[in-house]
Design a binder for this molecule. Structure first.
Ligand SMILES: C[S@@+](CC[C@H](N)C(=O)[O-])C[C@H]1O[C@@H](n2cnc3c(N)ncnc32)[C@H](O)[C@@H]1O
Length: 216
């Protein structure tokens, strides 16, 4: 991840402003609403989950959605300050334990959670090898389902960015292709069930749902 972005997430102000953005900025509120709908679609497919680990949990934006759809939820993040803020705001109800870890090297046993969720991290990871390592790590820990987001190589947003790049010199988006996500799943005993987009034109984010193939 860009060290500046990571440092911001790992600061008191960065952690608090991430939470505040989703409460005050219109485009963030809209995207949260779209995400809520999208999760309904994904969880309609999985039905109620036993145990779910959410990493990165950020400032707990998706906590309620996960608690509605899983019996037990554990939340993790790399940022101390995200975790600290969550403990302060939600710790009292004791419904979600917190742990600090990198989602690229989870201190969790193989197949130790029914579902592993990793939302809005992959597109921050600079190196394509590490983006793929992130996906493999989620698949290793999941006994049944993985839900994760990635920025789609073939999205209009990315194609537009690539077309303009020779003129504005902006850095390329950190993408994965849908085909590669499917392959990574298959290489690790999963099949891709669906990967809806947050919005066809306005967003390049896709929400992939993978399921472990029986006997794999
Ligand atoms: C864009 S936020 C997403 C948070 C949450 N999933 C959401 O959608 O609101 C990215 C989060 O990734 C965390 N992060 C960055 N690198 C990480 C890593 N290697 N492992 C786990 N968390 C990481 C940051 O601290 C931040 O909380």
């Amino acid at each position: 991840m860009d060290p500046k972005v990571l440092a911001r997430y790992n600061s008191v102000e960065g952690a608090d402003s991430y939470r505040a953005e989703y409460e005050t900025k219109l485009h963030r509120k809209l995207s949260h609403k779209l995400e809520r709908k999208l999760f309904q679609k994904l969880f309609a497919r999985t039905k109620k989950i036993g145990s779910l680990v959410d990493i990165p949990c950020g400032r707990g934006r998706l906590r309620e959605i996960f608690l509605e759809n899983a019996e037990r939820v554990v939340e993790g993040d790399w940022s101390f300050h995200m975790l600290e803020g969550n403990r302060r705001d939600y710790g009292g109800d004791g419904r979600t334990p917190y742990f600090r870890a990198s989602a690229l090297h989870l201190p969790l046993a193989d197949r130790s959670f029914d579902c592993v969720a990793s939302i809005r991290l992959n597109h921050h990871i600079d190196d394509v090898e590490e983006r793929e390592q992130h996906v493999r790590e989620l698949l290793r820990v999941a006994d049944r389902y993985v839900i994760f987001t990635f920025f789609s190589f073939h999205s209009l947003k990315n194609l537009w960015r690539r077309a303009r790049r020779p003129f504005n010199g902006k850095r390329p988006k950190r993408t994965l292709s849908l085909r590669r996500v499917r392959e990574l799943g298959e290489e690790n005993g999963f099949r891709l069930l669906m990967a809806p987009t947050l919005s066809k034109l306005g967003s390049g984010h896709r929400f992939a749902l993978l399921e472990r193939v029986e006997n794999s």
